[in-house]
Write a protein that binds this ligand. Sequence first.
Ligand code: GLU
Length: 306
Amino acid sequence: MAINYQLILDSICDEVKGLLSKGKVASYIPQLSAVSPLQFGIAAYCLDGRVFTAGDAQKKFSVQSITKLFALALAFAREGDKIWSRVGREPSGNPFNSLSQLEYEYGIPRNPFINAGALVIHDILAARFVQADIALLQFIRMLARQPALDFDKAVALSEHQTAHRNYAIAHLMKDFGNLHNPVETIIEGYCRQCSITMNCIELARAASFLANHGSIPWDGTRILDASSSKRLNALMLTCGTYDAAGDFAYRVGLPAKSGVGGGIVALVPGELAIAVWSPGLDATGNSLAGVMALERFTTLTARSIF
Ligand code: GLU
């Protein structure tokens, strides 16, 4: 029977209010530090087309690292298993922008969701498309059913001006031969990729194909075969929430991808995609209220992949 999630989302929205002032907004990208932490939105996109929302679900935010999920899906759909010769599939156990592991692992990033891995994925897309960032934007527009999605130029510029660490990562990988395009092209494109803004409804809808064995729920378009979709879900579970993926799996029990803008998108395979946003982050870089909201969602609904 189709469940009505409205009361649950409303009650979660109420429950997390006290947490909103406790998180810390990301400050290493200057433009992001200007966002008020006192915001919270949640949207569930069910595979049967029903949408439930609460709070600031319509408010646009910087999806940042969540774009790594869509970039990976696009690269995996086009290149298949070839991508795994250039990027691994293990949790890194290190911060998302760490350089140290990359040095002793010969420029092969641990997974596609840390920055090094996302730069390699962007490089793979750049070899395939004239402009990787535009190709990715168009892909996300199609998935979100929202042709108006766009980059936020101010955020992209702000990130680019402070992208010293990402430059260092890219140069190190270039030295190891694991970046084929010019460093500048990849960093610029990656900063634009990260600056895409979406709201919770768009984000949940865009990720829903991953809850639907790789097919877009409303028209059946196949983005990934079922097996590849399963594999991306597995990577989300093991590597999708920074260095806290173990704790997130323990508390929430769903595959998910988070970003420093405070967004998290999670999947209940076979049923729905759910997106939350609250800009205040915990010490691991995940949205403090967002993780709690998802924990409450799986507790109240008894939904989990386990
Ligand atoms: N654009 C950000 C960076 O590369 C993404 C960070 C994130 O959301 O994890 O630092």
